[in-house]
Design a protein around this ligand. Structure first.
Ligand SMILES: [Zn+2]
Length: 259
């Protein structure tokens, strides 16, 4: 299995990183992408990717960090050349926490999309109360590839993101009893566009709901996804692994035969 979206590059997971990685590997999570949000997390993700063969990094400025940090596009461009930096992210728009800086969020998002295109990397997109705004931007970039991470918005827009070529990241919410919308999304997304992720330390799947999430819990989400689609866990693992390798081309890993 591959956890395509985890924040092991920040506390609390970073403080216990050796155990987090070994528990993940013991639970058949053989690769993971440490996703950045700001300079500190980006740098830390790259350091982890250098220390652990199973860790890859994504770098970017998160929409919730644009008020605290200036976008340094030259630095991101430099870091993007690192052989284990596989994506630009997470980037996007978040109109849930802060709305009044929409113009700034949009500008920072667009600059990072253009960076991703220039260095030929996929984007990892964070969307909260902003699926329409994001769609209006990304539809202008037909050659952009990427994932709508932990997508839990608008089911109607799902098809439009799929039509643009986007992948859909499914996280622990799909295991929650009341997660009608995310279950619907997991049902409707074409099999060749599904990715599995934890977004750890957030959004732990059942039976760990409410606790600190970690990459080792990826299997709970994967097995729920398999159940929803009427497949075996091994089949769903193979499908989501193939999808991950197809999207994150720099991961360059052997096809796994885990599980
Ligand atoms: Zn995240």
């Amino acid at each position: 299995m591959i956890d395509t979206h985890t924040h092991i590059n920040t506390v609390p997971l970073l403080s216990d990183i050796d155990n987090i990685v070994s528990r993940a590997n013991k639970n058949n999570v053989l690769h993971m992408i440490a996703v950045g949000m700001n300079k500190k997390a980006n740098q830390q993700g790259i350091l982890l990717s250098e220390k652990y063969p199973c860790i890859y990094a994504a770098i970017g400025l998160h929409p919730s960090d644009v008020n605290d940090e200036q976008l340094d596009i030259e630095q991101l461009e430099q870091q993007a050349k690192h052989n284990k930096v596989v994506a630009i992210g997470e980037i996007g728009i978040d109109l849930y926490w802060v709305k009044d800086n929409f113009v700034l969020q949009k500008e920072v998002f667009i600059k990072q999309i253009e960076l991703a295109l220039s260095v030929d990397l996929p984007v990892i997109i964070h969307s909260r109360n902003s699926a329409n705004e994001i769609y209006d931007i990304v539809e202008n970039y037909p050659s952009l590839r990427g994932v709508m991470h932990c997508y839990s918005e608008n089911v109607e827009l799902l098809d439009k993101f799929i039509d643009l070529g986007f992948y859909i990241g499914v996280g622990g919410i799909v295991t929650f009893k009341n997660a009608k919308e995310v279950i619907e999304i997991a049902k409707k997304t074409p099999l060749d566009r599904l990715l599995v992720e934890t977004d750890a330390p957030y959004l732990a799947p059942v039976p760990y709901r409410g606790k600190t999430n970690e990459p080792a819990y990826t299997a709970y989400t994967l097995s729920k996804l398999a159940e929803i689609r009427g497949l075996t866990i091994a089949e769903m693992d193979r499908i989501t692994t193939d999808n991950t390798v197809r999207l994150f081309t720099k991961m360059n890993i052997q096809k796994q035969t885990s599980l």
